[in-house]
Design a protein around this ligand. Structure first.
Ligand code: A3P
Length: 290
């Protein structure tokens, strides 16, 4: 049954489910003790909120639009996950300034995040679209449990029995940090709506000082269409026994609002009431109505 599948595929770590395929206790411990440097940048996401998009964007912003990393290094080594096995292997090869991504909640971030001047970008996406994206991701990724029907998966998602736990816990953990002006919040929807404007905001936050021409070039190369064609970003290097693009591509639709094609009105009521209740006071400051 589904519970067995969960035990088979995930490790339990500080109450969170973490895929065994890409993580082990060693990599997780490595992350808990990671030494952030002052000029590091880390993009934080709940899974399916725009992680690989940031893996495309950050190197381009930080190296003024040089396309080499995008064309030569797979996304997981270009901007590695803090908590995955790969980081320890390639840490020494990362260019300065280093860019990373993480799905960790705030309280699991290493002490060095607080003592360094590293910058944090929190990317948030409408949870209804996160659920839909995750539903398809579970169908294509062999290292995740079979999602069952959309209705079943909606319950699984709301119960937090998915990688990195409940969406509401993740979002809440990052909304009140002591990082001050070292953290910037951005939404997936904002990036979909006007990528150049989002890139200018990111560039300013990171102090990149880029011309409009470079911003335009970066926007072009980070479009959904271009990323889908980039073998270093579209996961075509991963054998289909692990990720089966014929079931659903990783770069699937890349739009805001696909939830409208999936939710019934009953599911919408159930989803919204749980999210609303769990977010409490935070609910009113969300950029979308749920
Ligand atoms: P969909 O499944 O809705 O298409 P993550 O990288 O956190 O796993 O998130 C994956 C989601 O981000 C997928 O959403 C994927 O298509 C979307 N995405 C990745 N790059 C994108 C881009 N350049 N433009 C729009 N969406 C993008």
């Amino acid at each position: 049954g589904p519970i067995m599948a969960v035990e088979e595929k995930f490790l339990r770590f500080h109450g969170l489910l973490v895929p065994k395929e890409t993580h082990d206790l060693e990599s997780l411990k490595f992350a808990l003790n990671f030494a952030f440097k002052d000029n590091d940048v880390v993009a934080v996401t709940y899974p399916k909120s725009g992680t690989i998009w940031m893996q495309e964007i950050l190197p381009l912003l930080l190296n003024k639009g040089d396309l080499t990393p995008l064309q030569t290094i797979p996304n997981w080594d270009r901007v590695p996950w803090l908590e995955e096995k790969r980081l320890a292997l390639i840490e020494d090869q990362l260019p300065t300034p280093r860019a990373m991504v993480t799905h960790f909640p705030y309280h699991l971030m290493p002490p060095s995040l607080h003592t360094s001047k590293a910058k944090v970008i929190y990317v948030m996406r409408n949870p209804k679209d996160v659920l839909v994206s995750s539903y398809y991701f579970h169908q294509m990724a062999a290292f995740l449990q079979d999602p069952g029907t959309f209705d079943e998966f909606l319950t699984t998602f709301l119960e937090g029995k998915v990688l990195f736990g409940k969406w509401t816990d993740h979002v809440k953990s990052w909304r009140h940090t002591d990082l001050g002006d070292r953290i910037m919040f951005i939404t997936y929807e904002e990036m979909v709506q006007d990528l150049p404007a989002a890139l200018r905001r990111l560039s300013e936050f990171l102090g990149c000082n880029l011309s409009d021409q470079v911003i335009q070039k970066i926007a072009e190369h980070c479009s959904f269409k271009m990323m889908k064609k980039n073998p270093m970003s579209n996961f075509s290097l991963v054998p289909s026994q692990y990720m089966d693009s014929s079931k659903s591509p990783f770069l699937r639709k890349g739009v805001a609002g696909d939830w409208k094609n999936h939710f019934s009105s009953e599911q919408l009521v159930k989803f919204s009431s749980v999210i609303k209740k769990e977010l409490e006071n935070e609910y009113s400051s969300l950029p979308w109505s749920l």
